[in-house]
Design a protein. Structure first.
Ligand code: GRF
Length: 202
């Protein structure tokens, strides 16, 4: 199964997928990495692993729609079966979802539907949550609103800062992502409205 990973930052989730894909039994391979900005760690991880990359920057296009179409085109070059948004900090638009909706996975550092958006960790702390975590879900047209596939909980400690909490979340987030992406690649994903199940269609 061919994976394209979308990144905007350090790319530790990408790194974990690259570590896993060397094992043929994993069932999925990262065949391309697409970023919305140059000079980020995620692109370095891809290059170090010999995986081709593309950068599609909003600033290079006249409108958000043109950028979105160009992003879809850049991803399509790699003919992915699944797209994994792993720390990609842009909303995917209509053109992208027309092509890859239903097979684009996202990971979010909070227990959705609580604390969606760009600051899930900060917002959970500010909200006084005692438990937060990470969610893997299918991408739809909303912001972190698509059908949930997997979640892992993380306790908030009294002395947590956004940084310490995010680091603990990222540890479980990476493990969840690697395990579930592999299982989805090998077994498939069934979606029934808001409910999802990993496994073949009965
Ligand atoms: C992850 O926690 C992701 O959910 C969030 O940003 C972080 C990305 O980390 N949106 P990395 O770039 O994979 O290291």
């Amino acid at each position: 199964v061919r994976l394209v990973v979308l990144v905007s930052g350090t790319g530790s989730n990408l790194r974990a997928l690259l570590d896993a894909h060397d094992d043929p039994a994993y069932g999925a391979r990262v065949v391309g990495v697409v970023a919305d900005r140059p000079g980020i760690g995620g692109l370095d991880h891809a290059r170090a692993a010999g995986v081709p990359t593309a950068v599609v920057q909003v600033a290079d296009f006249g409108s958000r729609e043109e950028w979105d179409a160009a992003l879809a085109k850049a991803v399509g070059v790699f003919t992915p079966d699944w797209v994994v948004s792993a720390g990609f900090m842009k909303i995917l638009g209509a053109a992208f979802l027309a092509r890859f909706g239903g097979r684009t996975l996202n990971t979010h550092p909070a227990l959705l539907p609580s604390y969606p958006g760009a600051h899930g960790v900060r917002d959970a702390l500010a909200g006084g949550a005692r438990v937060t975590g990470a969610t893997m879900h299918l991408v739809d047209a909303g912001v972190d609103t698509g059908p949930i596939i997997a979640q892992v909980a993380v306790d908030v400690t009294d002395d947590d800062t956004e940084e310490t909490l995010h680091e603990r979340i990222k540890v479980v987030e990476r493990a969840m992502l690697v395990e579930k992406v592999g299982r989805i690649a090998r077994e498939g994903l069934v979606v029934d409205g808001r409910r999802t199940r990993i496994g073949a269609v009965a």
